[in-house]
Design a protein around this ligand. Structure first.
Ligand code: PDD
Length: 276
C-alpha cells in the first residue's frame, strides 16, 4: 500500500512520523474517514468542509481543500479499490512538548486508502447495543483523534457480547461509539440535533436529505433512553456503519425485535445514493 506522509509517497511499512508529533502527545489533530464506492469518494465536499471547521476551531493553519489532488493520486497509486475507505489525518505538527499552541509552519498530513471487507450482517439482520454513559468532552462536533472514550465504549459493548455502545448524558441519548443514531417513532425519524454533544455526521446529513425526498418526516431533538427503548425502530449511521439497524439494546427488543420497514426504506434510498 502506498501512503501519503507530509508530501511524500511511501510504502506503508516504512512510513512514520515524529515521536514529538502533537497528535501522538496531545491528540492535537483532526481526521476524516471517507467511503469509496465504485472507486469514487462519497460526499468528499462535505468531509472537507467538516475537516476545515475542525481545523479552524483548533487553530491549525491548514486548508483541507488543498488535499483533493493528494486524494485523487492515492486512488491512482493504489488502483482497483471498488469499495474501501480513505483515512486522512492533519495534526498541528511536531514540536517539543508544551501545552501552549506552537506556531508551526509544517502540519503533519497522513493519508491512505484501503479496500474494505464488506460485512452485511448488521445491515441485514440488525445489531445489538449497550448503553454507556457519555463522559466525553463538550466538543464532540470536532472530529479529533482523541477517541479513547469512544474506544472504551466500543470495548464495553464487545465484552458484553454486543456490537456497539450507545452514549447517553444522563437520560439524553447522544450518539454511538462511531456513528450517529436515529429512532423511528410513529413514522417519524428522531435524532439528536447537531451541537457540542455529537459529531455532525455526513451519513446523518445524507439520511436526513433522503428521508425528506421519500416523504419520511425528521425531527431533530434530544430524546431519552426510555424513548429509545420504546421506539418502533432504531438505526445508526456512519461512514463505515452506513445505515445499520439495531434490534436490541440492553437485552430489550426494539419494536418487535426485527429490522423495521422505515429502516429498510432508508437503506434502499441510501444504496441508491451510493450507486452500489
Ligand atoms: N466515525 N459519531 C462519531 C463519534 C463518529 O466517530 C462518526 C464517524 C460518526 C458518523 O459520522 P460520518 O457519517 O461522517 O462518518 C458519528 C468514523 C467513521 C470513524 O471514526 O471511523
Amino acid at each position: 500500500m502506498i501512503v501519503y506522509v507530509n508530501g511524500q509517497w511511501m510504502d506503508d511499512s516504512t512510513a512514520s512520523v515524529s515521536f514529538q508529533d502533537r497528535a501522538f502527545v496531545f491528540a492535537d489533530a483532526v481526521y476524516e474517514v471517507v467511503y469509496i464506492y465504485k472507486g469514487t469518494y462519497f460526499k468528499m465536499d462535505l468531509h472537507l468542509e467538516r475537516m476545515q471547521n475542525g481545523l479552524d476551531k483548533l487553530r491549525i493553519p491548514f486548508r483541507a481543500d488543498d488535499l483533493r489532488s493528494v486524494f485523487d493520486e492515492l486512488l491512482q497509486r493504489n488502483p482497483g479499490i471498488e469499495r474501501g475507505i480513505l483515512y486522512v489525518q492533519v495534526t498541528r505538527g511536531a514540536a517539543p512538548r508544551a501545552h501552549g499552541l506552537p506556531r508551526l509552519e509544517q502540519p503533519t498530513v497522513v493519508a491512505y486508502v484501503k479496500p474494505l471487507q464488506y460485512d452485511s450482517r448488521i445491515w441485514d439482520n440488525g445489531g445489538r447495543a449497550v448503553f454507556v454513559e457519555d463522559l466525553r468532552w463538550h466538543m464532540c462536533n470536532i472530529k479529533t483523534t482523541g477517541l479513547l472514550l469512544n474506544c472504551m465504549a466500543k470495548e464495553t459493548a464487545l465484552e458484553r457480547g454486543c456490537d456497539d455502545a450507545i452514549f447517553h448524558r444522563g437520560e439524553i441519548v447522544t450518539e454511538a461509539s462511531a456513528s450517529n443514531l436515529f429512532i423511528v417513532k410513529d413514522g417519524n425519524l428522531v435524532t439528536h440535533p447537531n451541537g457540542p454533544w455529537i459529531l455532525p455526521g455526513i451519513t446523518r446529513h445524507v439520511v436526513i436529505e433522503l428521508a425528506g425526498k421519500i416523504g419520511i418526516p425528521v425531527i431533530e431533538r434530544p430524546f431519552t433512553k426510555d424513548e429509545l427503548l420504546a421506539a418502533d425502530e432504531l438505526f445508526l449511521t456512519g461512514t463505515t456503519s452506513e445505515v445499520a439497524p439495531y434490534v436490541e439494546v440492553e437485552g430489550q427488543p426494539i419494536g418487535n425485535g426485527q429490522v423495521g420497514p422505515i429502516t429498510r426504506r432508508i437503506q434502499k434510498a441510501f444504496r441508491q445514493a451510493t450507486g452500489m
